[in-house]
Design a protein around this ligand. Structure first.
Ligand code: HEM
Length: 385
């Protein structure tokens, strides 16, 4: 997509698409848009395909149970839901996970060493974040393999145009996922433990005003966001390193660059390529006026390579880039991602240890992409060690 992003940025950084939505691609414009406090609730759209899609999904999934997540709610609901989740999903809980994450990574690397040649998606990039978010939430991994397929479909709702067949599949996945999460919550109520889900249930019982459907939606959001994104961070990061051998050599030489390398991977190939906002009033930017109640895509991945912000080497991978951390991959404003500490920790430990352990790490075949517009990354990443 990067040549297309470049074309957009250069020719029409605020673009009105023929599909009834707008696309922004410049860094400063996007940063301002996300901080402008606009809506994220598709129900506020005047009309158009995104609104139709939302209504179809609502109708198919009992009033859109999963659409009750904070990601799609405006104040005061957003404020209430985010503060409730923020109370239990704390940086301390994340930092405490480092030994466990390290052990999980090393166990995976042992298996990779044994096999010699693997699909890194199946061997590390998916199972690590899935194990970590399952552990954090207190959901057993066994018995929930189905969640993987369902998550892959659910994230398609973050794309603006879906064909009818896909939309039907997404709606079915939404219903099945909501049922799985409902059962998990019922089980957890009977078996509380030291985990995030138990803490959320307890907070709710303390009178924090969360409906059953809202609880289902927040747990689903954490569960899905917890692995579908970090998986792409790890896989896109490894792919970028293998395509840039000089940078891989630099990381081997200076392992202390690992944390900054993760920021650069987030910038260079954003695991979440876009987020969105809905204007409530006409919004004027770069000489264009976007009408009220219109869907605007903020192309984060395009902003992350905007030369006006990053300079002439914006399209290059440079793991020692100063200010790489200024990327906009976690969004900005009221909906800024809740999981950066966890994503950074997993990404750093996984990539640092993978690179250190396997001096002969290389591609073992073509990288096959997952075909998604937003949560973009490899479907298969064959490597040999
Ligand atoms: C929201 C990216 C990992 C939980 C978001 C947004 C983006 C994003 C772009 C929307 C921001 C906006 O519209 O302003 C990412 C990336 C990740 C990642 C690139 C990994 C590399 C995680 C993890 C979790 C998480 C590990 C939790 C376990 C959330 C939640 C929201 C969110 C709960 C909604 C926040 C709100 O609406 O207030 N993330 N995320 N994310 N993310 Fe992440």
């Amino acid at each position: 997509p990067y040549p297309a992003y470049r074309r957009l940025r250069e020719t029409e950084p605020v673009h009105e698409s023929p599909f009834g939505f707008w696309v922004m691609s410049g860094y400063e414009d996007i940063a301002a848009l996300l901080r402008a406090g606009m809506s994220v609730d598709d129900h506020k759209l005047a009309s158009g395909p995104v609104r139709d899609q939302r209504e179809q999904l609502d109708a198919a999934t009992r009033g859109g149970v999963l659409g009750l997540s904070m990601l799609e709610r405006d104040p005061p609901d957003h404020t209430r839901l985010r503060s409730l989740v923020g109370k239990v999903f704390t940086p301390r809980k994340v930092a405490a996970l480092e030994p466990e994450i390290t052990a999980l990574v090393d166990a995976r690397l042992d298996e990779i060493a044994e096999a010699g040649r693997v699909d890194l998606m199946a061997a590390l990039a998916f199972p690590l974040p899935f194990a970590v978010i399952s552990k954090l939430l207190g959901i057993p991994e066994a018995g929930h393999e189905r969640v993987r397929d369902l998550s892959g479909l659910l994230v398609r709702t973050l794309e603006p145009v879906a064909d009818q067949e896909l939309l039907d599949a997404v709606a079915k996945a939404g219903i099945e996922m909501a049922e799985i999460i409902r059962e998990i919550i019922a089980w957890k109520r009977a078996h509380p433990a030291e985990d995030l889900l138990s803490a959320l249930i307890a907070a709710e019982q303390d009178g924090d005003r969360l409906s059953d459907d809202e609880l289902i939606a927040q747990v689903t959001l954490l569960y899905v966001a917890g692995h579908e994104t970090t998986m792409n961070l790890i896989a896109n990061g490894v792919t970028a390193l293998l395509r840039n051998p000089g940078q891989l050599a630099l990381l081997r030489e200076r392992p202390e660059l690992a944390a900054n390398a993760v920021e650069e991977f987030l910038r260079y190939d954003s695991p979440v390529q876009q987020t969105r906002r809905i204007t409530l009033e006409p919004y004027t930017v770069a000489g264009r006026t976007i009408p009220a109640r219109t869907f605007v895509i903020a192309a984060l991945a395009a902003a992350n390579r905007d030369p006006r912000f990053w300079g002439d080497d914006a399209e290059d991978l440079r793991i020692d880039r100063e200010l790489a951390r200024n990327h906009i991959s976690f969004g900005a404003g009221a909906h800024h991602c809740l999981g950066p500490a966890l994503a950074r920790l997993e990404g750093r430990v996984a990539i640092e240890r993978l690179v250190r352990r396997f001096p002969r790490l290389g591609f073992a075949g073509e990288v096959e992409m997952n075909g998604r517009m937003n949560l973009r990354g490899p479907q298969h990443l064959p490597v040999s060690v």
